[in-house]
Design a protein around this ligand. Structure first.
Ligand code: PLP
Length: 341
């Protein structure tokens, strides 16, 4: 009676092909942070590698190290969250490409002197992490000098954008172009330039450069208030399934609740998909929820809380409560088994 997340690796492979065609000639870096957006790192990276993905975006170092263990030396792994000197050592040992978003980290890498491949990040307006435009030329000078001495190699220049308005994204891209031009003038010639995540990689050709860092769309998670799955040519790969545990005249109870990660605020706002079609989610309890009944319901019947059409997707849920699809996917407890087919 335990709920499960069923993951369709064929749909995943198809999404990867769609992304590759869309982004070409830029390469796809598959972003696998947060346990591959809750889909399970191991199965996801193994299948992606089989499908030809050769760049992985790991966010934190421990995820990067895990991908290296799973796939060996044949892939490039990009990690852009270095939390401590010990993590820097781990990143070096695992031969990760390191995203450098502040001048202090650049100094630490040069001092460590292990010849790391670094990708310098220019802050183009998000103000989260990234070398500020006024510090950029200074950082390039430091990096160029260190590169000549073999203490690092500047492999990439990159940034991250909000993908919330075309106007802001255009302004960010103008800054990015300038940053690349400054790198060229400083004698630093990065092999890869990367800026776009899912939405821009699909919608805006000039944003693709050499690599696109796509996570959400690979898992079939569309952007809230953006184009539909059909328009994007993508299929959600995860189906959250619960079972019927009690049948009443007006309602049935199913085996998933708030403690499993289903937001209780969804009550009354979304449909789940039963064998008889969509039914309204009425109440979310701690470990079960109540939905409208249907004729012929039986104990053990499976209900798709979210999934590919005709079920509703995680972003449909998200839009109902003002969040993003990733949050719905990531809230599902890691204790709920992921099954693969
Ligand atoms: C998460 C993340 C991505 C992937 O974004 P999606 O919208 O999931 O494709 C790309 N780049 C950075 C820096 C990220 O943190």
């Amino acid at each position: 009676m335990s709920p499960r997340v069923q993951i369709d690796l064929e749909s995943f492979a198809q999404n990867l092909r769609t992304i590759r065609e869309r982004a070409a000639p830029a390469e796809h870096m598959l972003v696998v942070k947060d346990d591959a957006y809750g889909h399970g790192l191991e199965q996801i990276v193994r299948r992606a590698h089989r499908e030809g993905v050769r760049w992985f975006g790991a966010f934190d170092v421990s995820t990067g190290v895990a991908v290296r263990r799973l796939l060996g030396d044949r892939v490039r792994i990009f990690s852009w969250m270095i939390g401590s000197p010990a993590e820097l050592t781990d990143a070096a040992d695992a031969n990760l490409d390191i995203g450098v978003g502040d001048p202090d980290l650049l100094d630490e890498i040069i001092a460590a002197g292990f010849g790391a491949r670094v990708h310098l990040k220019i802050d183009t307006g998000l103000h989260r992490n990234g070398i500020r435009p006024e510090e950029w030329e200074g950082a390039l000078g430091v990096a160029a000098n260190a590169q000549q001495r073999g203490r690092l190699r500047v492999e990439g220049v990159w940034t991250h954008i909000a993908e919330a308005s075309d106007e802001d994204d255009d302004a960010a891209r103008a800054l990015f172009e300038q940053a690349i031009e400054h790198a060229r003038r400083a004698g630093v010639h990065p092999r890869v330039r990367h800026l776009a995540a899912s939405a821009a990689a699909f919608a805006r050709a000039p944003f693709r450069y050499d690599l696109v860092r796509v996570g959400a769309f690979a898992y079939g998670i569309r952007s809230a208030h953006g184009p539909s799955d059909v328009e994007l040519g993508l299929t959600p790969i995860a189906t959250l399934i619960a079972e019927v545990t009690e049948i009443h005249p007006e309602s049935v109870r199913v085996s998933i609740g708030a403690l499993d990660g289903l937001p209780s605020t969804l009550a009354g706002l979304i449909d789940v998909t039963t064998p008889a079609g969509p039914r309204t989610l009425r109440q979310v309890g701690a470990d079960n929820c109540i939905i409208d009944a249907w004729d012929g319901a039986e104990l053990g019947d499976e209900v798709q809380v979210y999934g590919p059409a005709p079920a509703r997707g995680v972003t449909d849920h998200a839009e109902a409560i003002g969040t993003i699809g990733e949050e719905i996917a990531l809230r599902v407890s890691p204790l709920i088994p992921r099954t693969y087919r």
